[in-house]
Ligand binder design. Structure first.
Ligand code: ARG
Length: 458
Protein backbone atom coordinates (compact mmCIF):
# COMPACT_ATOMS: atom_id res chain seq x y z
CA UNK A 1 0.00 0.00 0.00
CA UNK A 2 1.14 3.55 -0.73
CA UNK A 3 2.07 5.84 2.17
CA UNK A 4 -1.03 7.93 1.47
CA UNK A 5 -3.42 4.95 1.69
CA UNK A 6 -5.66 6.81 4.19
CA UNK A 7 -6.97 9.25 1.62
CA UNK A 8 -7.16 6.75 -1.25
CA UNK A 9 -9.42 3.76 -1.71
CA UNK A 10 -7.49 2.15 -4.58
CA UNK A 11 -3.92 1.23 -5.39
CA UNK A 12 -2.24 3.38 -8.01
CA UNK A 13 -2.43 2.11 -11.59
CA UNK A 14 0.77 0.23 -12.40
CA UNK A 15 1.46 2.28 -15.54
CA UNK A 16 0.90 5.53 -13.68
CA UNK A 17 3.20 4.37 -10.91
CA UNK A 18 5.93 3.65 -13.41
CA UNK A 19 5.35 7.00 -15.12
CA UNK A 20 5.39 8.84 -11.82
CA UNK A 21 8.34 7.09 -10.24
CA UNK A 22 11.75 8.72 -10.06
CA UNK A 23 13.64 5.98 -8.22
CA UNK A 24 15.36 4.84 -11.41
CA UNK A 25 17.27 8.11 -11.47
CA UNK A 26 17.10 9.53 -7.95
CA UNK A 27 18.38 6.39 -6.19
CA UNK A 28 21.88 7.77 -6.70
CA UNK A 29 21.08 10.33 -3.96
CA UNK A 30 20.54 7.62 -1.30
CA UNK A 31 23.58 8.62 0.71
CA UNK A 32 22.51 12.25 0.83
CA UNK A 33 18.92 11.32 1.66
CA UNK A 34 20.13 9.31 4.63
CA UNK A 35 22.56 12.04 5.66
CA UNK A 36 19.63 14.52 5.68
CA UNK A 37 17.40 12.12 7.60
CA UNK A 38 20.06 11.57 10.24
CA UNK A 39 20.39 15.32 10.77
CA UNK A 40 16.60 15.64 10.91
CA UNK A 41 16.25 12.77 13.42
CA UNK A 42 19.03 14.26 15.56
CA UNK A 43 17.29 17.62 15.64
CA UNK A 44 13.88 16.07 16.43
CA UNK A 45 15.42 14.33 19.42
CA UNK A 46 17.32 17.41 20.62
CA UNK A 47 14.22 19.57 20.36
CA UNK A 48 12.11 17.06 22.28
CA UNK A 49 9.77 16.53 19.30
CA UNK A 50 10.48 12.81 19.54
CA UNK A 51 12.25 11.04 22.40
CA UNK A 52 16.01 10.81 22.48
CA UNK A 53 15.66 7.06 22.41
CA UNK A 54 13.57 7.11 19.24
CA UNK A 55 15.99 9.55 17.72
CA UNK A 56 18.89 7.20 18.40
CA UNK A 57 16.96 4.21 17.09
CA UNK A 58 16.17 6.07 13.89
CA UNK A 59 19.78 7.14 13.41
CA UNK A 60 21.06 3.61 13.97
CA UNK A 61 18.44 2.24 11.56
CA UNK A 62 19.39 4.78 8.91
CA UNK A 63 23.06 3.97 9.32
CA UNK A 64 22.33 0.30 8.85
CA UNK A 65 20.37 0.96 5.69
CA UNK A 66 23.27 3.05 4.38
CA UNK A 67 25.74 0.29 5.17
CA UNK A 68 23.49 -2.29 3.51
CA UNK A 69 23.07 -0.27 0.33
CA UNK A 70 26.80 0.50 0.19
CA UNK A 71 27.61 -3.20 0.60
CA UNK A 72 25.06 -4.25 -2.02
CA UNK A 73 22.95 -6.09 0.57
CA UNK A 74 19.89 -3.92 -0.02
CA UNK A 75 18.52 -3.33 -3.49
CA UNK A 76 16.32 -0.46 -4.54
CA UNK A 77 12.71 -1.36 -5.14
CA UNK A 78 11.92 -0.25 -8.70
CA UNK A 79 8.27 0.12 -7.72
CA UNK A 80 9.01 2.69 -5.03
CA UNK A 81 7.94 6.18 -6.02
CA UNK A 82 11.29 7.71 -5.22
CA UNK A 83 14.40 7.30 -3.07
CA UNK A 84 12.84 9.24 -0.18
CA UNK A 85 9.83 6.90 0.02
CA UNK A 86 12.01 3.86 -0.42
CA UNK A 87 14.27 4.65 2.50
CA UNK A 88 11.43 5.65 4.79
CA UNK A 89 9.51 2.47 3.93
CA UNK A 90 12.61 0.35 4.50
CA UNK A 91 13.20 2.04 7.85
CA UNK A 92 9.64 1.33 8.96
CA UNK A 93 9.96 -2.23 7.77
CA UNK A 94 12.97 -2.61 10.03
CA UNK A 95 11.95 -0.48 13.03
CA UNK A 96 8.16 -0.69 13.06
CA UNK A 97 6.40 2.27 14.67
CA UNK A 98 9.57 4.18 15.47
CA UNK A 99 10.33 4.35 11.76
CA UNK A 100 7.03 6.12 11.22
CA UNK A 101 8.19 8.99 13.44
CA UNK A 102 11.02 10.11 11.16
CA UNK A 103 8.82 12.15 8.84
CA UNK A 104 7.44 14.34 11.69
CA UNK A 105 7.50 18.00 10.61
CA UNK A 106 9.11 17.16 7.29
CA UNK A 107 8.00 16.82 3.70
CA UNK A 108 9.36 15.08 0.64
CA UNK A 109 9.54 18.49 -0.96
CA UNK A 110 11.92 19.35 1.84
CA UNK A 111 13.86 16.17 1.24
CA UNK A 112 14.25 16.44 -2.48
CA UNK A 113 15.33 20.07 -2.20
CA UNK A 114 17.90 19.09 0.41
CA UNK A 115 19.19 15.91 -1.21
CA UNK A 116 19.81 17.56 -4.55
CA UNK A 117 21.78 20.38 -2.96
CA UNK A 118 23.87 17.92 -0.95
CA UNK A 119 24.43 15.72 -3.99
CA UNK A 120 25.41 18.56 -6.29
CA UNK A 121 27.67 20.10 -3.66
CA UNK A 122 29.75 16.91 -3.76
CA UNK A 123 29.66 16.78 -7.56
CA UNK A 124 30.85 20.38 -7.82
CA UNK A 125 33.81 19.51 -5.60
CA UNK A 126 34.70 16.62 -7.93
CA UNK A 127 34.35 18.68 -11.07
CA UNK A 128 36.41 21.43 -9.47
CA UNK A 129 39.24 18.98 -8.85
CA UNK A 130 39.10 17.76 -12.44
CA UNK A 131 39.20 21.29 -13.88
CA UNK A 132 42.12 22.07 -11.60
CA UNK A 133 43.93 18.93 -12.75
CA UNK A 134 43.36 19.96 -16.35
CA UNK A 135 44.82 23.43 -15.65
CA UNK A 136 47.89 21.88 -14.05
CA UNK A 137 48.39 19.54 -17.00
CA UNK A 138 48.17 22.53 -19.34
CA UNK A 139 50.67 24.49 -17.28
CA UNK A 140 53.12 21.59 -17.34
CA UNK A 141 52.81 21.29 -21.10
CA UNK A 142 53.13 25.06 -21.51
CA UNK A 143 56.36 25.07 -19.53
CA UNK A 144 57.94 22.82 -22.16
CA UNK A 145 56.86 25.06 -25.02
CA UNK A 146 57.71 28.64 -24.19
CA UNK A 147 59.94 28.77 -27.30
CA UNK A 148 57.76 26.64 -29.59
CA UNK A 149 56.59 28.99 -32.32
CA UNK A 150 53.36 28.41 -34.22
CA UNK A 151 51.07 30.70 -36.17
CA UNK A 152 48.37 32.50 -34.24
CA UNK A 153 45.17 32.64 -36.29
CA UNK A 154 42.24 34.94 -36.87
CA UNK A 155 39.48 33.76 -39.23
CA UNK A 156 41.55 30.55 -39.22
CA UNK A 157 44.04 32.43 -41.40
CA UNK A 158 47.64 32.64 -40.26
CA UNK A 159 47.93 36.00 -38.54
CA UNK A 160 50.87 36.61 -36.20
CA UNK A 161 53.33 34.33 -34.49
CA UNK A 162 52.69 33.05 -30.97
CA UNK A 163 54.15 30.25 -28.88
CA UNK A 164 52.45 27.01 -27.99
CA UNK A 165 52.81 27.93 -24.31
CA UNK A 166 50.92 31.14 -24.94
CA UNK A 167 48.19 29.27 -26.78
CA UNK A 168 47.78 26.72 -23.98
CA UNK A 169 47.74 29.38 -21.31
CA UNK A 170 44.79 31.05 -23.02
CA UNK A 171 42.82 27.90 -22.17
CA UNK A 172 44.13 27.93 -18.62
CA UNK A 173 42.60 31.40 -18.23
CA UNK A 174 39.24 30.09 -19.46
CA UNK A 175 39.30 27.13 -17.11
CA UNK A 176 40.34 29.33 -14.18
CA UNK A 177 37.23 31.43 -14.80
CA UNK A 178 35.23 28.19 -14.86
CA UNK A 179 36.62 27.36 -11.43
CA UNK A 180 35.57 30.80 -10.22
CA UNK A 181 32.03 30.25 -11.51
CA UNK A 182 31.81 26.84 -9.79
CA UNK A 183 32.97 28.42 -6.54
CA UNK A 184 30.42 31.22 -6.82
CA UNK A 185 27.60 28.73 -7.36
CA UNK A 186 28.78 26.45 -4.57
CA UNK A 187 28.85 29.40 -2.19
CA UNK A 188 25.43 30.76 -3.20
CA UNK A 189 23.70 27.39 -3.03
CA UNK A 190 25.12 26.47 0.34
CA UNK A 191 21.94 27.29 2.29
CA UNK A 192 19.74 24.64 3.82
CA UNK A 193 16.14 24.14 2.64
CA UNK A 194 15.36 21.51 5.29
CA UNK A 195 12.60 22.71 7.59
CA UNK A 196 10.65 24.39 4.80
CA UNK A 197 8.07 21.64 5.23
CA UNK A 198 5.81 21.01 2.25
CA UNK A 199 5.87 24.74 1.56
CA UNK A 200 4.69 26.58 4.67
CA UNK A 201 7.10 25.54 7.38
CA UNK A 202 5.76 23.62 10.36
CA UNK A 203 4.00 24.12 13.67
CA UNK A 204 6.68 22.11 15.47
CA UNK A 205 9.45 24.06 17.15
CA UNK A 206 12.20 22.70 14.97
CA UNK A 207 15.75 24.02 15.00
CA UNK A 208 16.72 24.85 11.44
CA UNK A 209 20.02 26.36 12.55
CA UNK A 210 21.00 23.00 13.95
CA UNK A 211 20.16 20.95 10.85
CA UNK A 212 21.83 23.54 8.62
CA UNK A 213 24.96 23.33 10.72
CA UNK A 214 24.94 19.54 10.96
CA UNK A 215 24.78 19.32 7.16
CA UNK A 216 27.57 21.83 6.59
CA UNK A 217 25.44 24.68 5.24
CA UNK A 218 26.19 28.33 5.94
CA UNK A 219 22.60 29.05 7.04
CA UNK A 220 19.00 27.85 6.66
CA UNK A 221 17.18 29.25 3.61
CA UNK A 222 15.22 32.32 4.62
CA UNK A 223 11.83 31.52 3.03
CA UNK A 224 10.04 28.17 3.08
CA UNK A 225 8.23 28.70 -0.26
CA UNK A 226 11.56 29.45 -1.89
CA UNK A 227 13.23 26.65 0.05
CA UNK A 228 11.17 23.92 -1.60
CA UNK A 229 10.84 25.44 -5.05
CA UNK A 230 14.19 27.05 -5.83
CA UNK A 231 16.11 25.29 -8.58
CA UNK A 232 18.26 28.31 -9.51
CA UNK A 233 21.34 26.46 -8.36
CA UNK A 234 20.70 23.65 -10.86
CA UNK A 235 20.37 26.21 -13.62
CA UNK A 236 23.49 28.07 -12.51
CA UNK A 237 25.42 24.85 -12.37
CA UNK A 238 24.13 23.73 -15.79
CA UNK A 239 25.21 27.11 -17.10
CA UNK A 240 28.68 26.75 -15.59
CA UNK A 241 28.91 23.25 -17.02
CA UNK A 242 27.80 24.48 -20.44
CA UNK A 243 30.59 27.04 -20.42
CA UNK A 244 33.12 24.39 -19.39
CA UNK A 245 31.90 22.24 -22.28
CA UNK A 246 32.08 25.20 -24.66
CA UNK A 247 35.73 25.69 -23.67
CA UNK A 248 36.48 21.99 -23.97
CA UNK A 249 34.72 21.93 -27.32
CA UNK A 250 36.74 24.83 -28.76
CA UNK A 251 39.91 23.13 -27.58
CA UNK A 252 38.70 19.83 -29.04
CA UNK A 253 38.03 21.48 -32.37
CA UNK A 254 41.60 22.79 -32.42
CA UNK A 255 42.98 19.37 -31.58
CA UNK A 256 40.90 17.85 -34.37
CA UNK A 257 42.40 20.38 -36.78
CA UNK A 258 45.90 19.96 -35.38
CA UNK A 259 45.97 16.23 -35.91
CA UNK A 260 44.75 16.46 -39.51
CA UNK A 261 47.37 15.99 -42.23
CA UNK A 262 46.75 19.60 -43.24
CA UNK A 263 48.16 20.81 -39.90
CA UNK A 264 49.99 17.90 -38.25
CA UNK A 265 50.84 20.00 -35.21
CA UNK A 266 50.22 17.12 -32.83
CA UNK A 267 49.94 13.38 -32.84
CA UNK A 268 47.57 11.65 -30.44
CA UNK A 269 48.81 8.67 -28.50
CA UNK A 270 47.55 5.40 -30.01
CA UNK A 271 45.65 4.67 -26.81
CA UNK A 272 43.65 7.86 -27.27
CA UNK A 273 42.65 7.54 -30.93
CA UNK A 274 40.74 5.06 -33.05
CA UNK A 275 41.22 3.46 -36.43
CA UNK A 276 38.81 2.91 -39.28
CA UNK A 277 37.11 -0.39 -40.09
CA UNK A 278 37.89 0.08 -43.79
CA UNK A 279 40.60 2.69 -44.26
CA UNK A 280 43.87 1.29 -42.91
CA UNK A 281 45.64 4.65 -42.88
CA UNK A 282 43.16 6.35 -40.54
CA UNK A 283 43.81 7.55 -37.00
CA UNK A 284 40.77 9.39 -35.79
CA UNK A 285 40.43 11.89 -32.93
CA UNK A 286 37.16 10.38 -31.66
CA UNK A 287 37.53 11.64 -28.09
CA UNK A 288 37.63 15.25 -29.09
CA UNK A 289 34.79 14.81 -31.56
CA UNK A 290 32.64 13.20 -28.86
CA UNK A 291 33.41 16.06 -26.50
CA UNK A 292 32.39 18.52 -29.21
CA UNK A 293 29.22 16.48 -29.71
CA UNK A 294 28.39 16.13 -26.02
CA UNK A 295 28.60 19.88 -25.62
CA UNK A 296 25.25 20.05 -27.40
CA UNK A 297 23.58 17.75 -24.94
CA UNK A 298 24.87 19.69 -21.93
CA UNK A 299 23.46 22.88 -23.49
CA UNK A 300 20.24 20.87 -23.93
CA UNK A 301 20.23 20.07 -20.21
CA UNK A 302 20.48 23.77 -19.42
CA UNK A 303 17.55 24.50 -21.77
CA UNK A 304 15.53 21.67 -20.18
CA UNK A 305 15.97 23.21 -16.74
CA UNK A 306 15.23 26.77 -17.80
CA UNK A 307 12.14 25.71 -19.72
CA UNK A 308 10.94 23.34 -17.01
CA UNK A 309 10.98 26.16 -14.44
CA UNK A 310 9.66 29.09 -16.41
CA UNK A 311 5.95 28.57 -15.89
CA UNK A 312 5.83 27.08 -12.43
CA UNK A 313 3.71 28.79 -9.80
CA UNK A 314 5.01 28.62 -6.23
CA UNK A 315 5.83 26.31 -4.61
CA UNK A 316 6.68 22.66 -5.48
CA UNK A 317 5.25 21.19 -8.69
CA UNK A 318 5.86 17.69 -9.97
CA UNK A 319 7.46 19.15 -13.10
CA UNK A 320 10.47 19.70 -10.87
CA UNK A 321 11.14 15.98 -10.74
CA UNK A 322 12.52 16.51 -14.26
CA UNK A 323 15.39 18.58 -12.81
CA UNK A 324 17.38 15.51 -11.82
CA UNK A 325 17.85 13.71 -15.11
CA UNK A 326 18.91 16.97 -16.75
CA UNK A 327 21.42 18.10 -14.15
CA UNK A 328 22.75 14.57 -13.57
CA UNK A 329 23.30 14.17 -17.30
CA UNK A 330 25.20 17.46 -17.41
CA UNK A 331 27.33 16.59 -14.38
CA UNK A 332 28.05 13.03 -15.57
CA UNK A 333 29.05 14.12 -19.04
CA UNK A 334 31.30 16.96 -17.94
CA UNK A 335 33.12 14.59 -15.60
CA UNK A 336 33.43 11.95 -18.28
CA UNK A 337 34.77 14.48 -20.79
CA UNK A 338 37.32 15.92 -18.37
CA UNK A 339 38.46 12.49 -17.24
CA UNK A 340 39.13 11.47 -20.83
CA UNK A 341 40.49 14.76 -22.11
CA UNK A 342 43.22 15.16 -19.46
CA UNK A 343 45.19 11.95 -20.17
CA UNK A 344 44.71 12.46 -23.90
CA UNK A 345 46.33 15.87 -23.57
CA UNK A 346 49.13 14.54 -21.38
CA UNK A 347 50.06 11.82 -23.84
CA UNK A 348 49.81 13.66 -27.15
CA UNK A 349 53.02 14.39 -29.03
CA UNK A 350 53.67 18.02 -29.96
CA UNK A 351 55.24 18.27 -33.42
CA UNK A 352 57.23 21.47 -32.93
CA UNK A 353 58.90 21.41 -36.36
CA UNK A 354 55.55 21.35 -38.12
CA UNK A 355 54.28 24.21 -36.02
CA UNK A 356 57.38 26.17 -36.89
CA UNK A 357 57.16 25.31 -40.57
CA UNK A 358 53.57 26.58 -40.64
CA UNK A 359 54.70 29.76 -38.91
CA UNK A 360 57.37 30.26 -41.55
CA UNK A 361 54.70 30.34 -44.25
CA UNK A 362 51.70 32.61 -44.44
CA UNK A 363 53.50 35.92 -43.97
CA UNK A 364 52.78 36.12 -40.26
CA UNK A 365 55.68 38.56 -39.98
CA UNK A 366 54.08 41.12 -42.32
CA UNK A 367 53.04 43.31 -39.38
CA UNK A 368 56.61 43.14 -38.08
CA UNK A 369 57.89 44.17 -41.49
CA UNK A 370 55.63 47.26 -41.32
CA UNK A 371 56.70 47.92 -37.72
CA UNK A 372 60.35 47.84 -38.89
CA UNK A 373 59.65 50.85 -41.12
CA UNK A 374 57.66 52.58 -38.39
CA UNK A 375 60.65 52.27 -36.07
CA UNK A 376 62.68 54.00 -38.79
CA UNK A 377 60.26 56.93 -38.81
CA UNK A 378 57.59 56.03 -41.40
CA UNK A 379 53.89 56.51 -40.47
CA UNK A 380 52.21 53.13 -39.82
CA UNK A 381 49.62 53.37 -42.64
CA UNK A 382 52.37 53.96 -45.26
CA UNK A 383 54.46 51.17 -43.82
CA UNK A 384 51.42 48.84 -43.81
CA UNK A 385 50.90 49.52 -47.53
CA UNK A 386 54.52 48.81 -48.42
CA UNK A 387 54.52 45.60 -46.42
CA UNK A 388 51.31 44.51 -48.16
CA UNK A 389 52.79 45.25 -51.59
CA UNK A 390 55.87 43.18 -50.72
CA UNK A 391 53.65 40.27 -49.64
CA UNK A 392 51.84 40.45 -52.98
CA UNK A 393 55.21 40.37 -54.82
CA UNK A 394 56.30 37.36 -52.76
CA UNK A 395 53.08 35.46 -53.55
CA UNK A 396 53.55 36.19 -57.24
CA UNK A 397 57.15 34.98 -57.21
CA UNK A 398 56.67 32.07 -54.81
CA UNK A 399 58.87 33.69 -52.16
CA UNK A 400 58.50 34.61 -48.49
CA UNK A 401 59.48 37.86 -46.79
CA UNK A 402 62.54 36.01 -45.50
CA UNK A 403 63.68 34.99 -49.01
CA UNK A 404 62.76 38.17 -50.89
CA UNK A 405 66.03 39.84 -52.06
CA UNK A 406 67.11 43.10 -50.44
CA UNK A 407 66.89 44.94 -53.80
CA UNK A 408 63.15 44.25 -53.88
CA UNK A 409 62.81 45.78 -50.42
CA UNK A 410 64.94 48.78 -51.28
CA UNK A 411 62.96 49.44 -54.45
CA UNK A 412 60.01 50.24 -52.13
CA UNK A 413 62.00 52.49 -49.76
CA UNK A 414 65.68 52.98 -48.95
CA UNK A 415 64.76 52.72 -45.26
CA UNK A 416 65.14 48.95 -45.72
CA UNK A 417 68.66 47.71 -44.98
CA UNK A 418 70.22 44.30 -44.39
CA UNK A 419 68.92 44.24 -40.80
CA UNK A 420 65.35 43.76 -42.08
CA UNK A 421 65.93 40.00 -42.18
CA UNK A 422 66.82 39.96 -38.54
CA UNK A 423 63.77 42.12 -37.72
CA UNK A 424 61.34 39.78 -39.48
CA UNK A 425 62.81 36.50 -38.31
CA UNK A 426 60.25 34.44 -36.39
CA UNK A 427 62.38 34.47 -33.27
CA UNK A 428 62.56 38.26 -33.28
CA UNK A 429 58.84 38.53 -34.01
CA UNK A 430 57.92 36.38 -31.02
CA UNK A 431 60.56 37.70 -28.62
CA UNK A 432 59.58 41.25 -29.53
CA UNK A 433 55.97 40.81 -28.44
CA UNK A 434 56.82 41.81 -24.90
CA UNK A 435 53.58 43.57 -24.01
CA UNK A 436 51.85 42.31 -20.86
CA UNK A 437 49.85 39.17 -21.70
CA UNK A 438 51.72 38.73 -24.99
CA UNK A 439 53.51 35.65 -26.38
CA UNK A 440 57.17 36.58 -25.83
CA UNK A 441 58.94 34.07 -23.61
CA UNK A 442 59.47 36.84 -21.04
CA UNK A 443 55.77 37.80 -20.95
CA UNK A 444 54.75 34.14 -20.88
CA UNK A 445 57.07 33.52 -17.94
CA UNK A 446 55.10 36.15 -16.02
CA UNK A 447 51.77 34.57 -17.06
CA UNK A 448 53.03 31.19 -15.96
CA UNK A 449 54.09 32.50 -12.57
CA UNK A 450 50.68 34.09 -11.97
CA UNK A 451 48.79 30.99 -13.04
CA UNK A 452 50.96 28.67 -10.98
CA UNK A 453 50.41 30.81 -7.90
CA UNK A 454 46.63 30.64 -8.47
CA UNK A 455 46.79 26.87 -8.82
CA UNK A 456 49.08 26.49 -5.81
CA UNK A 457 51.76 24.83 -7.97
CA UNK A 458 55.29 24.66 -6.50
N1 ARG B 1 10.32 12.51 -6.52
C1 ARG B 1 9.98 13.89 -6.25
C2 ARG B 1 10.92 14.79 -7.04
O1 ARG B 1 11.90 14.29 -7.50
C3 ARG B 1 10.12 14.16 -4.79
C4 ARG B 1 9.19 15.17 -4.23
C5 ARG B 1 7.81 14.77 -4.36
N2 ARG B 1 6.89 15.55 -3.64
C6 ARG B 1 5.58 15.44 -3.90
N3 ARG B 1 4.81 16.12 -3.16
N4 ARG B 1 5.13 14.69 -4.85
O2 ARG B 1 10.69 15.96 -7.22
Amino acid sequence: MALWAGRFSKEIDAGVNAFNSSIAFDARMYRHDIQGSIAHATMLGDCGIITKEDSQTLIAGLQEILADIDAGRLEFDPNAEDIHMFIEAELTKRLGDVGKRLHTSRSRNDQVALDLRLYLRDEIAEIRTLVETLCKALVKLAEQHTETVLPGYTHLQRAQPVTFAHHLLAYVQMFLRDLGRLDDTAKRMNECPLGSGALAGTTYHIDRQQTAQLLGFDAPMANSLDGVSDRDYCIELANNLSIIMMHLSRFSEEIILWCSWEFKFIELDDAFATGSSIMPQKKNPDITELIRGKTGRVYGDLMTLLTMMKGLPLAYNKDMQEDKEAIFDAVDNVKLCLETFIPMLETMRVLKENMRAAAAKGFINATDCADYLVKKGMPFRDAYKISGTLVAQCIEQGLTLETLPLEAYQKMTPLFTEDVYEAISLETCVKGRVSEGGPSPAAVAKQLALVKAKLGME
